[in-house]
Design a binder for this molecule. Sequence first.
Ligand code: DGJ
Length: 728
Amino acid sequence: MKRTILLAAVACLFAAVAQPAIKWVPEKQLWLLETDHTTYAFGYNERKQLQHVYWGGRVSRTDDFAAVKAPRDYAFETSEGMTPDEYSGWGGMRYDEPALKATFADGMRDLALRYVSHQITGDTLSVRLKDIDRDLFVTLLYTVHEKSDLVERHSKIENRTKGKVLLESAQSATWPLPNRGQYRLSYLAGRWAGETQLIREPVTPGVRVLDSRRGNTSHQLNPWFALDAGADENSGAVWFGALAWSGNWKIAVELTSNGFTRVTGGFNDFDFGYNLAPGDSLETPAFYGGYSSHGFGEASRIMHRFERTQLLPDRADPKPRPVLYNSWEATEFAVDEPGQTVLADKAAKLGAEMFVMDDGWFGARNDDHAGLGDWTVNPKKFPNGLKALIDHVNGLGMRFGLWVEPEMINADSNLYRAHSDWVVSFDGRRRTEGRNQMILNIARNDVRDYVYGVLDKMLKDNPNISFLKWDMNRHFSEPGWANVPVEDQKKIWVAYVRNVYWIFDRLRAEHSKVEIESCSGGGGRIDLGILNNRVHQVWTSDNTEAFDRLKIQEGFSMAYAPKVMMAWVTDVPNMNGRVTPLRYRFQVSMMGSVGVGGNLNHWSADDMKLGAEMVALYKDIRLTVQHGNLYRLLSPREGEVTSNFYVGADGKQSVLFAFLDHQQFNRGAAVIPVRGLQADGLYKVRTIDNKFLNKQDTLSGAYLMNNGVQLDLKGDYDSTVVVFEKVN
Ligand code: DGJ
């Protein structure tokens, strides 16, 4: 009885204290969106134009904010054009990056959006806008991820006029930043085999465009940004965001002539043209935005936590990723039942939990000239079908995974011979091939259904396939969609991705036990859209050379969780002709989700022994790496030692990784202060080699964070892992 009263009292107290995540202040026409540590505020002015007010650390007192007032005119500008817009239509004297640009049926191209109404439903705010005299409506949707410290935004554009409206730009959101002087932009760029490298540059007047025109997310630029004005890894204010879209995207970072820094992002407006018939609408992709007052480290941890707990398929009950073996670098296309069986036996000895057979198992796929489209098992290579191999793999205690590239077609395939019209192309025009393949036009619902049917049948016929590595090995060219009216053909950019998502979603619903990896010839399809309940992990890069990986992985970790970062240990010499020790290669991989991709037939008994030890160590620490908090201590861009520190979610275990590239001038031991421990915690040290120089085997958090860990790293490509277990 007493307990019930106590619980009721606690519940009442909580109800009295709990604040809604979204506050509406009618007398000031202002909304406040609050997460645990941030506030995002905007309202509408006397013209009913939406105007941004504040984005930063949490300010809950609504009295602190003045009623929203439009700015004054300025020479060559109007008040309307000077307003820090939440979401601007292109119209009037407005010269900044618009969020929406439209042409009406009569050729009219002026757009002025004004507040109509709003609705708050739980953690979601929708604000309805309308053009000043045309029935074009825009609903801005804001979802507050309170615990994750993120605001999710997108827009829905609705044509209620009597004629067609052509959208020439449809952005998800504009994020206006406070006036803090000159910002610095951080973003992720690269190319095939060199993805997600962190680049930093000052934001200067004008527009800096980050985008993809390639039909998928791209290796070249990744849809993530961060802006700071003097932050570092551990301190200072950072505003950041990421788009959830695996097709043509655009993030425009702008410093306007009026001194506003703003970021607008959504569908790429390059080659964009989306016709809305009367009654039709278009929804833009989600654009997530966040603020950290503790530098880039905290900004990344916010993203990682969000992905783990809100996006990934196992978000409700996060599970560690298995250690997998993949055959690609060992055999390339030369797969067959005996060869894969031998590799599986060896992979099991290493401690792999999943065996993945890569490209080459289907159709006439002996190299990359043929077979894509024909998803039937090659009878010469697998006379007993896949079942015999799958049974063997399962018998070894491993799950079985399979490589597929369902969006693609080779000219030399039965599918192409039957349906050459299914290809993305312009009628009668050249069909440029990339890696000897073309793209199936999945924007077409009949092609989408066919591709889904093939995958569905494969999984039904082989119920013990528990993992798909879904690849995409080229980007778009000649983006024609022949069987729709000319005016709708540019819709291909949106419709293709939507239908690819549709296939993923349906597969996930029908085959919920099957896990999926997003691969696109390396890291070409890594974004929050594909990670949103569609795939469990991503293939980071075809570059598995461990030293290069330090930079690729550093950039990756800015935006994406270590858990989803597939990292294989492969053979040397690798890319760049570089030879690094096996221990170093394993330890670089252990900072993400470990896979082994080397040719185990070439591994010596010592390699196998070390490999098994490393896999066992990884299994001991993987919960900390995959579900813990990452502190980047030393960057591979800045010195000869790279170091990352992972603190387990419950604070009990933490793991230090350190890598020395090249020792010079007989430099002595590296001393690395760690972060994220409890100052009065006592940590028992577990070294796996003799590189930990501090004499004591138990050290306080205060000592480890202030004095640091002393490591005996020597020569070239040396590395170590130190595990700390909290004992008090
Ligand atoms: C590109 C992938 O990134 C590789 O890992 C491998 O799966 C090949 N495709 C197979 O063709």
